[in-house]
Design a protein around this ligand. Structure first.
Ligand code: FPP
Length: 255
């Protein structure tokens, strides 16, 4: 329990000394971890060094999110388009994923983190798949922060798959075409058990979505920053959340 002197009351809310309203945290934060390559280039290092530094940032952000009581954190680690990168970089990313899960999984488990993935992981190397399945299995009963890793994920691919599966259900008389609505459609997406993101963060100065969660971000709030992902730290996350808390979310309605 934090000391009361660290908090003051803003209406019905509890705001801490950083200005963070602990009663109005985003339930789900989604992050496009961008800028690893440029971070490395700026330092005259190979791109893979940027990805390694990106993993350090990831470790810190998971820790802070868990401490704050964020419920879902979705991380864009490898897109369906990332296969276009040089083979050595793809393979370094896969190795890093394996290394990260092997090294961190017991600590994550101890901290009650539950690992999930979105995307078609069947195309990943066998060793990466094995590590992912074992992390999912080990943490499946945890009820703390859900760390949802997007791997070989593309939103268009996800939507097309959903359409194909719904068509199949219609063909098999399991769904009536007139019953199809947003709720039913959502159940055919990788994110079926996860609420839509409240906050989407993209560092590195790029102002685009890059095929990330296209359906799910209909009413998400966006937070962009010029900082490269390896430099994204606790302070950046808290700043993003405070900015989010000052947004007026109306979901198409009026106040
Ligand atoms: C984008 O930066 C980053 C990626 C495509 C990979 C993100 C992966 C990690 C942070 C580490 C691996 C993940 C896990 C879950 C262990 P970029 O390379 O496109 O950067 P650039 O735009 O500056 O070139």
């Amino acid at each position: 329990m934090k000391s009361m002197k660290n908090f003051f009351s803003k209406g019905n809310n509890t705001v801490d000394e950083r200005g963070l309203d602990l009663n109005n945290l985003p339930k789900h934060i989604a992050i496009i971890m961008d800028g690893n390559g440029r971070w490395a280039k700026k330092r005259g290092l190979p791109r893979t060094a940027g990805h390694k530094a990106g993993v350090e940032a990831l470790r810190e952000i998971i820790k802070v999110s868990s401490e704050l009581g964020i419920q879902f954190l979705t991380l864009y680690a490898f897109s369906t388009e990332n296969w276009k990168r040089p083979t050595e970089e793809v393979s370094a990313l896969m190795q890093l994923l394996i290394y990260y899960l092997r090294k961190e999984i017991s600590e994550l488990h101890k901290n009650n983190v539950k690992i999930k993935t979105i995307g078609d992981i069947s195309r990943l190397p066998q060793a990466a798949q094995a590590e992912i399945y074992s992390a999912i299995e080990l943490t499946k009963n945890n009820d703390g922060l859900v760390v949802n890793i997007a791997l070989n994920y593309g939103a268009r691919d996800e939507i097309i798959n959903a359409v194909k599966n719904i068509c199949q259900e219609v063909k098999n008389d399991k769904i009536n075409i007139n019953e199809i609505n947003e709720d039913i459609f959502s159940k055919f997406l990788y994110t079926k058990e996860i609420p839509d993101p409240d906050l989407v963060i993209r560092p590195s100065g790029e102002l685009r979505i890059s095929n990330f969660l296209l359906w799910q971000i209909a009413y998400s709030e966006f937070w962009f920053s010029d900082i490269f992902w390896p430099d994204f730290d606790r302070k950046c996350l808290i700043k993003a959340i405070i900015d989010y808390q000052n947004r007026d979310r109306r979901f198409g309605g009026i106040k």
